[in-house]
Design a binder for this molecule. Structure first.
Ligand code: SF4
Length: 330
């Protein structure tokens, strides 16, 4: 079922007809309708998938040869309220079931070209994966099982704002990679950008990361969305380096992906490079994420907003916000 990506039990012609009929009676296959598929000039494809009850989520296929990464959503909307994120504007509709998470992989595979194959899966779409812990872990189980999608766990990354108890559990219970959205090196700044920091402050978050029982050669990736004039000064880089001392860390810098009326702007290439250099000079392994699909509202939540998906707001308001929303939790 998972490997062939069947859309109905009828397609399972390798099992008896009577069994197919019985399956049809008892089970519903994970499936979602792709409402919109947008393709960027760099090959990034973004799907807006709608489930039976009308909620919609985004899934993004990102080609970066030899890799082809799929960014999946774990919740419809999000309750975390990160200020730089378009999805935050939607609020939380509901958790996705494990089947709904897996249906994103099936739907994405259906739009791939013949020679394409998903190599990596990142839980960096809509929602905070660890706020939907059980369903996300169940989906990971199917993704990595030989009887399921048979993906290598090392090629699956779960990104979190840092829900500490669930984060520790995830590292204990699964072999997937962990990414932590940090974005500011101090409580004062992080609490302004990410309200979750009031519950799980920077130092506690980093202390937990320092103690995580990571297997050999594994590091925690810290994502840092660079916002011009807000958190991109060299002083911030130095504080970040000192904060991460003793942590097996890698920093992934994500220059903010702006659009008209966004409350933040993208830092210049020079300041991104200087920030990276400063971290490298302090011995912090640092990469810069290339922006993908800029012309298809690549930031998570943007496509949903543009299509009027939102719980508490009218379509008109959501559309208006589509142009004002900011970058994602990608
Ligand atoms: S960045 Fe992630 S956790 Fe924060 S509001 Fe957006 S989707 Fe939620």
């Amino acid at each position: 079922m998972y490997r062939a990506g069947v859309q109905s039990f009828e397609e399972l012609t390798n099992i008896p007809r009577s069994l197919r009929a019985a399956l049809e009676q008892e089970f519903v296959l994970p499936d979602a309708q792709a409402d919109a598929v947008a393709t960027a000039s760099d090959g990034t494809r973004k799907l807006l998938l709608r489930y039976g009850d009308g909620v919609a989520v985004e899934t993004v296929v990102i080609p970066d040869p030899p890799r082809l990464t799929l960014c999946v959503s774990s919740q419809a909307g999000c309750a975390m309220g990160c200020r730089f994120c378009a999805t935050a504007r939607l609020g939380l509709r509901r958790n996705l079931s494990s089947a709904e998470i897996l249906s994103q992989v099936l739907a994405a595979r259906r739009i791939l070209q013949a020679q394409e194959r998903i190599t990596n899966i990142v839980f960096m779409g809509m929602g905070e994966p660890l706020a939907n812990y059980e369903n996300v872990v169940e989906a990971i189980e199917v993704l990595t099982a030989q009887w399921g999608f048979d993906f290598s766990a090392r090629r699956i990354t779960v990104s979190t704002v840092g829900l500490l108890p669930q984060m520790e559990r995830l590292v204990r219970e699964t072999p997937v990679q962990l990414a932590v959205s940090l974005t500011a090196p101090t409580d004062e700044l992080r609490s302004k950008l990410m309200p979750v920091n009031r519950r799980f402050p920077v130092q506690a978050l980093v202390d937990v990361c320092r103690r995580l029982p990571l297997p050999q050669r594994r590091r925690v990736t810290f994502e840092y969305v660079l916002l011009a004039g807000i958190n991109d000064q060299l002083e911030h880089a130095r504080r970040l380096a000192s904060l991460l001392r003793g942590v097996r860390a890698k920093v992934n810098l994500i220059p903010f992906n702006p659009f008209p009326h966004a409350p933040y702007s993208r830092p210049s290439e020079d300041s991104v490079r200087s920030f990276q250099q400063e971290l490298l000079a302090h011995g912090v392994h640092t990469t810069v994420r290339r922006s993908r699909g800029l012309d298809v509202q690549a930031a998570c939540g943007q496509l949903a907003l543009a299509h009027g998906v939102g719980p508490a707001r009218s379509t008109g308001e959501a559309r208006a916000m589509g142009s004002a929303a900011t970058v994602s939790g990608e």
